[in-house]
Design a protein around this ligand. Structure first.
Ligand code: ADP
Ligand code: MG
Length: 368
């Protein structure tokens, strides 16, 4: 079975919060939707749940969920702020969704207890919600959403309020629980690590539209356009022209490019949107693809060398800013091609001239 969203749109007055969203989520898998604040993530989930009027189709197999009211869609929702019922204790919160004719009181309590056990909260039944930590509240919200055995579970930035270590641990625990339960999940977040760690597929939501949806490694390696590349960490870009005479009617597997940093060739695969008639490109990269080689390099700019890690282009730059980031130093540099970002394993003073290596296997090129 597959959950399909077809041409799904929601507008608030004149403002399109999401528009033309097409997504397919296979039963039992998790789709992570990654988007900036205001990109329409919560709106998307609210539309799927039937909490927001929408246009387009929401199908479970060929069953049209968009025609059903919320309580008949078979969806569970974990809200950003957990939204536990403060006047109910933990067990009563989890039992909430089981207060239907399908469960008598004892069955409901048993199922709720079993779920609390599953999320690691056995013994918490009588606690009040204000007596819980953030991570515990999160797990109660999850148990509550899973209790009625939904087909589809919608998670709205579920770990946003938690500190990093707890989030890492809970995230992986919850992934196991969701896999075991076989539920189909849409997990929306602004957190890149979370999206790439949890989704079988990652969809990028940009101003209400899906720009790309693919397995995490594919999205990470090949952002589909310049905007998406920038969103996914390609903070530097360099104007490039196809070298005259090198447009060999698609026979070459390389793009020969001329830039202010020198001439070099990159494989066609590094230009995800490449069309044979494109002649002007932006070459983009993440900071870690441009590494300071040494503080005293004598190399000339524009030289190409080969290493086991790929072809390297020598780049000369002057350090404008240097700040510690993820175990390295993030550099902002002035180069012949303008301001770019790279990294160094050592701290570098402002004004320092540096020789750096740009790993050409890691750059991506997009037609201007
Ligand atoms: P996200 O969850 O990605 O931060 P939202 O889905 O909450 O984004 O919002 C998407 C856009 O829709 C934003 O521009 C937001 O201001 C707007 N929006 C959200 N809810 C409403 C509403 N109830 N009325 C009007 N505009 C709204
Ligand atoms: Mg939101």
């Amino acid at each position: 079975m597959t959950l399909s969203l077809r041409n799904l749109s929601v507008s608030y007055g004149d403002v399109a919060a999401i528009s033309g969203v097409d997504l397919e989520i296979k039963q039992g898998t998790t789709l992570a939707v990654l988007g900036a604040s205001g990109s329409g993530k919560s709106t998307l989930l609210r539309a799927v749940a039937g909490l927001e009027p929408s246009h387009g189709e929401i199908l479970w197999g060929d069953e049209p969920l968009h025609r059903l009211p919320t309580h008949l869609r078979g969806v569970g929702f974990v809200f950003q702020d957990h939204a536990l019922f403060p006047q109910r204790n933990v067990l009563e919160n989890v039992r909430f969704g089981l207060e239907t004719p399908r469960y008598n009181r004892r069955d409901a309590a048993e199922r709720a207890s079993a779920l609390l056990d599953r999320v690691g909260l056995a013994g918490f039944e009588e606690r009040h919600t204000h007596e819980l930590s953030g991570g515990e509240r999160q797990r109660v919200a999850l148990a509550r959403a899973l209790a009625p055995a939904p087909r589809v579970l919608l998670l709205d930035e579920p770990y946003g309020a938690l500190d990093r270590e707890l989030r890492e641990r809970l995230m992986l625990d919850v992934r196991e629980i969701l896999r075991d339960s076989g539920v189909t999940v849409i997990h929306v977040t602004h957190d890149h690590d979370e999206a790439f760690a949890l989704g079988e597929n990652v969809a990028i939501l940009d101003a209400g539209k899906i720009s790309q949806c693919a397995p995490p490694s594919e999205v990470w390696a090949n952002p589909c356009d310049l905007r998406t590349a920038r969103f996914l960490g390609h903070t530097s870009r360099l104007r490039a022209d196809l070298r005259a005479g090198t447009l060999r009617a698609g026979t070459s597997s390389l793009l020969d490019l001329s830039t202010a940093l020198g001439e070099f060739a990159i494989p066609h695969e590094n230009a995800p949107t490449h069309r044979s008639f494109d002649t002007e490109y932006w070459v983009t990269w993440r900071p870690e693809s441009l590494r300071a080689e040494s503080l005293r390099g004598e190399t000339q700019k524009g030289e190409i060398s080969r290493q086991s890690g790929g072809s390297l282009l020598t780049v000369l730059g002057t350090v404008i800013e240097c700040s510690f980031r993820h175990g390295n130093y993030l550099l902002s540099l002035e180069t012949a091609a303008g301001r770019v970002e790279g990294i160094s394993s050592e701290s570098v003073p402002r004004g320092q001239h540096l020789t750096l290596n740009l790993n050409l296997d890691e750059v991506r090129a997009y037609a201007v």
